[in-house]
Design a protein around this ligand. Structure first.
Ligand code: 5AD
Ligand code: FES
Length: 345
């Protein structure tokens, strides 16, 4: 198994069978070697730098009904909110002061944020902060809408593919959603010139190791600039309330494999990883991650953007996220930089 890590480090690929055995292995020596090789690879291209993305959660309304997600339409107990143009701009102002050079506007699929609203705010942010990247994470929209927002100045788009297996996709989503459409959206975003982020949940209900290999193959085909993965965490008001959460070990193993398969990719140590373990994000950074996405949303809405249970950084401590993160990143041996953090690919 140690040779497989060596082969992956050198050739950035393995056969399906080899990937399956590497993902399945629970040998701690293998994990440690994978971690070291992943860290070496990230340092080769990014040094000790950690890029920040200021996450602005603009809406907790969503027309979709994904079985895993806490803000799904059928969750009648979800607390819904929308941020106004002024509220979003004030998050950016705040974030810019704190050194953020990327703003991510993320929300449920909410028709309130039509192309007119989005294009106006995108061009306003780019006007005020020409040295910043604007990232969108607003789910599936038409190619025309993606095009308009790109022309208004958007630089990047995050849309996790969730799973590249058509059958598993159906088990995680209602019938009106499909992997085919997800894929279409991702390729059209790429074609329009967006820097694209895709990704999936680790340990989602019904997920097999073969499904994870399909995810890696899909990513090789898409070649996104960013890959966001995190453990599945049940939300108590969804159909998956009683399902098991994804494990720390498997998530770290996949992060290491992804760093070796995609040496230059941007790889966030996600909030979900920090939620299942108090030092999850630090361990992620040591296993190839080079991005953190702190919450810039107004404190009063943070508990309402409730995708999964026990999400961190949503309480009163949240105002001090920057200092807290600074300490965490330093303790892991890395340094936060105030840059846009474009992919070196
Ligand atoms: N556990 C972990 N991640 C989740 N997401 C949504 N619900 C959950 C959950 N229960 C992730 C999805 C989505 C991203 C914004 O959050 O992958 O793309
Ligand atoms: Fe947000 Fe620690 S990173 S409070």
């Amino acid at each position: 198994m140690l040779e497989l890590v060596g082969k992956l480090y050198e050739t950035h690929d393995l056969t399906d069978e080899e990937l399956i055995s590497l993902i399945n292995s629970d040998d701690s020596e293998v994990s440690e070697l994978l971690r070291q090789r992943a860290d070496e690879t990230r340092q080769k291209y990014y040094g000790k730098k950690v890029f920040l993305r200021g996450l602005i959660e603009i809406s907790s309304f969503c027309k979709n009904n994904c079985f895993y997600c806490g803000i799904r339409r059928d969750n009648k107990n979800a607390q819904r909110y929308r941020l106004s143009r002024e509220e979003i701009l004030s998050c950016c102002e705040n974030g810019y002061e704190l050194g953020f050079r990327t703003f991510v506007m993320q929300g449920g699929e909410d028709a309130f944020y039509d192309d007119r609203f989005m294009c106006d705010i995108i061009s306003e942010i780019k006007n005020r902060y020409p040295d910043c990247a604007v990232t969108l994470s607003l789910g599936e929209r038409s190619a025309q809408s993606y095009k308009r927002m790109k022309e208004a100045g958007a630089d990047r788009y995050l849309l996790r593919h969730e799973t590249a297996d058509t059958e598993l996709y159906k088990k995680l989503h209602p019938n009106n959603m499909s992997f085919a459409n997800r894929k279409k959206c991702l390729f059209s975003l790429k074609k329009l010139g967006y820097q694209v982020g895709a990704g999936f949940m680790v340990g989602a209900p019904f997920q097999t190791v073969e499904n994870l290999v399909s995810d890696l193959r899909f990513l090789q085909d898409l070649q996104p600039q960013m890959i966001g993965i995190g453990p599945f965490i049940p939300h108590h008001e969804t159909p998956f309330a009683d399902e098991k959460q994804g494990s720390l070990e498997l998530t770290l193993r996949l992060l290491g494999i992804i760093r070796l398969m995609f040496p230059k990719v941007l790889l966030p140590a996600t909030t979900a990883l920090g939620t299942i373990s108090p030092t999850g994000r630090e361990m992620g950074l040591k296993t190839g991650c080079n991005v953190i996405m702190p919450n810039l949303s107004p404190v009063k809405v943070r508990k309402k953007y409730d995708l999964y249970d026990n999400k961190i950084c949503t309480g009163e401590e949240a105002a001090e996220c920057k200092g807290c993160l600074q300490r965490r990143v330093q303790s892991a041996g890395y340094e936060i930089v105030s840059e846009r953090g474009d992919c070196v690919c």
